[in-house]
Write a protein that binds this ligand. Structure first.
Ligand code: NAP
Length: 229
């Protein structure tokens, strides 16, 4: 997989990582990028085609499929932080977390799989988290674990149509998503560059930072999803 002349659709395109995906896909030679987002954004580049896309809205997904028949790379990047507690947050907030972080990317893959197949197979990047592998209170980490499992199952189903499926893992990254956290953060430009390197190298998994590499390396010693002390 090489991004030269590819047609890429990015969800959550106006976010911190989303904007990097748009910019770097073009820098790597993509012919066109569909920038799927809920908000308007002036991209200042005729190769960027804005798409109104709330990923939790099935009608908007159908419209996106009709509007982007030439897409051959789908980047499932949109995500939400979600409900703080699995016990006390309203059930609706927990469902909304799973709608955005699990069902939305699944529905996008289902909708775009025939498009990718028609265009030669192409690729999908699913943006998980290092927290796909670590337990945290609340719905976010649990939803990213579910997303990771879904990616791996989809990869098996999409192999027949030769669609590469990349699961991307990253820790704290300097975007509006975690603006409220005072912690060391990676540069989103470096994270996206590492993910796109993995895509272009034909990998199934993108380990975008040291945190992800470290967390994955200790998975065998974890019994409950909690870091060993
Ligand atoms: N930053 C980190 O530390 C970090 C770490 C691990 C994983 N991630 C993952 O990286 C991905 C991108 O996040 P980011 O860091 O770039 O955060 P961000 O700047 O907050 O961007 C998140 C984007 O997702 C969009 N989004 C949320 N719900 C949506 C919906 N229903 N329909 C369409 N778009 C929706 C947001 O759109 P609006 O602006 O319209 O809300 C926003 O553009 C997320 O999946 C996140 O879980 C981030």
């Amino acid at each position: 997989m090489n991004l030269d002349n590819r047609v890429v659709l990015v969800t959550g395109a106006t976010g911190g990582l989303g904007q990097e995906f748009v910019k770097q896909a073009l820098a790597r030679g993509a012919a066109k990028v569909y920038a799927g987002a809920r908000r308007d954004h002036d991209w200042g580049d005729s190769r960027v085609v804005p798409l109104q896309l709330d990923v939790t809205d099935p009608a908007a997904i159908a419209t996106a499929v009709a509007a982007a028949p030439d897409a051959d790379v789908l980047v499932n990047n949109a995500g939400v932080r979600g409900a703080d507690s699995l016990l006390t947050s309203p059930e609706s907030e927990i469902r909304e977390t799973y709608e955005a972080n699990v069902f939305a990317p699944l529905l996008l893959v289902r909708a775009f799989a025939p498009v990718l197949a028609r265009n030669g197979g192409g690729a999908i990047i699913n943006v998980h988290s290092a927290l796909s592998w670590l337990a945290r209170p609340g719905a976010y980490a649990a939803s990213k674990t579910a997303f990771w499992g879904l990616t791996n199952a989809l990869r098996l189903e999409l192999a027949e149509q030769k669609t590469q499926v990349v699961g991307a893992h990253l820790g704290y990254t300097d975007t509006p998503f975690i603006a409220h956290l005072d912690v060391p953060k990676s540069d989103p430009a470096v994270i996206v560059s590492n993910i796109l390197d993995a895509l272009e190298a034909g990998e199934d998994e993108a380990m975008a930072d040291d945190t992800s590499v470290q967390v994955k390396s200790i998975l065998p010693s974890m019994t409950t999803g909690i870091l060993p002390s």
